[in-house]
Design a protein around this ligand. Sequence first.
Ligand code: HEC
Length: 105
Amino acid sequence: MKKMLRTLSFVPTLLLAAPALADQALAMQNGCMGCHKPEGQLVGPDFKQIAARYRDNPGAVELLTAKVKAGSQPGEPLNWGQVMMPASPGNPDDIRTVIRWMLTH
Ligand code: HEC
């Protein structure tokens, strides 16, 4: 019984960790992690910077999903620097899930 209780006490931690891991796996499958990481600039801005920039924007998830799907457009001003983001071949629902996760950072 004691052993079972000890095992059960891990369950909330697992429940909290599992969705984040699934989101990270989706981000890796879609190639996002090659250019973005949770903290620290890579090719693109990190999740913390993105989350901070769009914190007060209620339409951020849809805006960014469309943007990532289409990629940076030639001639359009870049939001973060000199590097353009390529259009993502990923499924928009997956991209939306990854963006939601990025914005929790
Ligand atoms: C080849 C590198 C590369 C890949 C792959 C990539 N990104 Fe980016 N991403 C960038 C760069 C560079 C920028 C900055 C563009 C700019 O300055 O406007 C960016 C910007 C962003 C932004 C902020 C956009 C804005 O206008 O503020 C989000 C959100 C984002 N990426 C999410 C993703 C997601 C989700 C994926 C995976 C589906 C992904 N990126 C894949 C390079 C990449």
